[in-house]
Design a binder for this molecule. Structure first.
Ligand SMILES: Nc1ncnc2c1ncn2[C@@H]1O[C@H](COP(=O)(O)OP(=O)(O)O)[C@@H](O)[C@H]1O
Ligand SMILES: [Mg+2]
Length: 366
């Protein structure tokens, strides 16, 4: 059991800063997911926590110890990688036992811990096989078994499901969550997949270019993204983002889009946005906040020529052009038109987002 703290953590490779000052406190037993595009510094951060990379500056604290100078083996962490890193010449049982033997855990206890982990992960029948005789999903379970038998203070996962097919990935996702509920342990899980992040995390940390953009519970990131980057990264399909100018029109505020069309800002948002009147902004609206007009009288209306239709079963995505840009709306399959038809749509402006063009910061959150 341990809390984990990163204080101003920096990693430079020569003059290149891969991690540019990360501050984060992870509570005891919390499940935190780092998500962000490839190359943003997720693995580097995780590897510094594990002790596999030297920290250029800053501090890493596990429990009440600064661990910067400790070897990986002294940090009381267990890590699961994308490529499993199992020893090919050892059986599953030997793979799981290996680090316990290194720690000189008594033989009887090793056997007991292996049996318990094998039961938990449903791999009892595989204990005598070699990794080469296992499927990808089974190898992944063994790698997790090897991690849980150690009872570490902190679990670290680096894209552990990336090599699995889509169905197995979803299954293992649930399984890792279940394991965490069964054996609550401080966990840092890295993925580039925002759906994995949203479904697994107590708290999601969105990284971009070596820095934390925002961290918070999944729903908060979705509904109150602090930056344009988080707004477009979280959610699938992405939030629609339209360049606009915010203008005062008497007492009201309007957004003037690239083609000159005008969209009114709801009265409740006026006070908040008024200081930004006259500025260039980015107007964000999620696909599900674009509704078929007959559903709702209020809101800015659009006549949209539907270019493309994607039926997903529970909802249907329609794509259309507005102000020189392609937008996506998520609508009820019942109301889905055929491609090429004109459709009356409306922005549900109660669910609008507004970002500063210059800084990318949301004008909706402090
Ligand atoms: N050993 C290294 N030497 C130089 N640059 C590195 C090294 N390891 C990683 N990087 C660079 O650091 C950045 C962050 O990498 P990484 O943490 O692996 O990203 P992520 O896991 O988010 O995809 C990338 O631009 C990568 O090229
Ligand atoms: Mg990585």
């Amino acid at each position: 059991m341990a809390r984990l703290e990163l204080k101003r953590v920096v990693k430079s490779y020569g003059i290149y800063e891969a991690v540019r000052g990360v501050d984060l406190v992870i509570a005891d037993n919390e499940f935190v997911v780092f998500v962000g595009p490839s190359g943003c510094g997720k693995s580097t951060t995780l590897r510094m926590i594990a002790g596999l990379e030297h920290v250029s500056s800053g501090e890493i604290v596990i429990g009440d110890r600064i661990v910067n100078r400790l070897q990986p083996g002294e940090r009381d962490i267990a890590m699961v990688f994308q490529n499993y890193a199992l020893y090919p010449h050892m059986t599953v049982a030997e793979n799981i036992a290996f680090c316990l033997e290194q720690q000189r855990v008594p033989k009887g206890e090793i056997g007991q811990r292996i049996r318990r982990a094998a039961e938990t992960l449903h791999i009892e029948a595989l204990l005598d096989r070699k990794p080469g005789q296992l499927s990808g999903g089974q190898r992944q379970r063994v790698a997790m078994g090897r991690a849980i038998v150690r009872n570490p203070k902190v679990f670290l996962f680096d894209e552990p499901l990336s090599n699995l097919d889509a169905k197995l990935r979803v299954q293992m996702r649930t399984e890792i969550k279940r394991l965490h509920q069964l054996f609550p342990t401080t966990t840092v899980y890295v993925t580039h997949d925002q759906i994995e992040a949203m479904t697994m995390a107590d708290r999601v940390v969105v990284m971009n270019a070596g820095l934390i953009e925002q961290c918070g519970p999944p729903q908060e990131l979705y509904h109150r993204p602090a930056t344009r980057f988080v707004a477009s990264f979280i959610g699938s399909p992405s939030m629609n983002i339209l360049p606009a100018r915010l203008e005062a029109a008497g007492d009201a505020l309007v957004l003037v889009l690239a083609d000159g069309s005008r969209v009114s800002v709801p009265a409740e948002r006026r006070a908040r946005y008024a200081p930004h009147a006259g500025r260039e902004v980015d107007f964000g609206i999620r696909p599900e906040a674009i509704v078929v007009r007959s559903e709702r009288a209020a809101g800015a209306t659009i006549e949209a020529r539907v270019d493309l239709i994607e039926p997903l079963g529970a909802s249907t995505m329609i794509y259309f052009d507005i102000a020189g840009q392609t937008l996506c709306a998520s609508i009820d399959p019942e109301t889905a038109p055929s491609a090429g038809t004109l459709m009356p749509l409306a922005f549900d402006m109660q669910r609008m987002h507004l970002f500063s063009r210059d800084t990318g910061r949301s004008l909706d959150v402090e």
